[in-house]
Design a protein around this ligand. Structure first.
Ligand SMILES: C[S@@+](CC[C@H](N)C(=O)[O-])C[C@H]1O[C@@H](n2cnc3c(N)ncnc32)[C@H](O)[C@@H]1O
Length: 271
């Protein structure tokens, strides 16, 4: 589980140190989600869980007037530093969000609300009737190499990973199942709901790293499900797993970058 408190604390901090690699990982599926939002020129757009603001700036670059909202002070500090949009430190699920907005976008920021129906109702209440929604969220962990490859590599040392938590448990795969997220958005009042899966190979390194394998190892030891299961473990275990990962990632080295398969849902709807 990864919840709001994690984002306000250590998870937000780790992300803020690694946004260049994270943008490479989330970029390909995130860009499909931006296209799915339609023409945003001159529209007021809310970017839910905007993090360091990469997608807020991308939307602003398309002519939108963007407000990014997030609970992580570390990530919002980066967003504000780079500018490009207005940024709001607030819980998107329950606190005032300004607006009303003509459109709502979220790249992997939708899956962390304790009460998802209440949260997405709250966001719809800040959206004009008919306003477009585009949410990007991960399909199951087994379809996402950034999660499955490290867990598989660490299995001989850590044993079998715990079974995935029940659908909806706040975390990266909370919205992996359409049978879970579709009723939530419907009950929250969003109409014309559609979704499509998008496969993309994505880098977990930047392409500019002097040692991409080492960069991928350090990324994996700090971000994602393996990092979560290593919390509180002895440094020797991390070193041992790091060595295994370094061998495994050689198979995923593509030129100057380590590239893994990703798969996400692009969910669209109207308020
Ligand atoms: C997986 S990250 C994605 C960040 C950003 N959208 C990106 O693609 O780089 C999830 C983001 O959602 C934010 N978040 C989690 N719960 C939230 C909440 N209740 N309200 C606003 N933001 C939230 C986190 O702080 C984090 O920045």
């Amino acid at each position: 589980m990864v919840d709001k408190l994690d984002w306000q604390g250590g998870v937000g901090k780790e992300w803020s140190k690694r946004m260049d690699g994270l943008n490479c990982l989330l970029g390909p599926v995130g860009d499909v989600g931006i296209v799915a939002l339609g023409d945003v020129a001159k529209k007021r757009v809310l970017d839910v869980g905007c993090g360091a603001g990469s997608t807020s700036r991308a939307l602003a670059g398309l002519g939108a007037e963007v407000t990014g909202v997030d609970v992580s002070t570390d990530l919002l500090a980066l967003a504000k530093h780079d500018g490009g949009a207005d940024y709001l430190l607030a819980d998107a699920a329950s606190e005032p969000l300004g607006g009303p907005y003509d459109a709502v976008y979220s790249r992997c920021g939708a899956m962390f609300f304790d009460d998802a129906i209440a949260g997405w109702t709250h966001i719809r209440n800040h959206t004009v009737p008919g306003g477009n929604l585009s949410i990007v969220c991960w399909c199951a962990g087994k379809e996402n190499g950034w999660a499955s490859i490290p867990l598989r590599a660490a299995r001989p040392i850590l044993g079998d990973p715990p079974p995935p938590p029940p659908a909806g448990t706040p975390g990266p795969f909370a919205w992996a199942d359409p049978d879970y997220f579709a009723p939530i958005l419907k009950q929250a009042g969003w109409k014309n709901l559609k979704w499509q899966a998008v496969d993309a190979d994505a880098q977990i390194t930047t392409g500019d790293d002097p040692d991409p394998i080492e960069r991928a190892v350090q990324f994996t030891l700090r971000i994602g499900p393996l990092a979560k299961s290593l919390e509180g473990m002895a440094p020797e275990i991390r070193t041992k797993i790091g060595a295994v990962l370094a061998t495994v990632y050689k198979d995923y080295l593509d030129g100057d970058a380590v590239r893994v398969p990703t798969k996400a849902w692009i969910i669209t709807a109207q308020a």
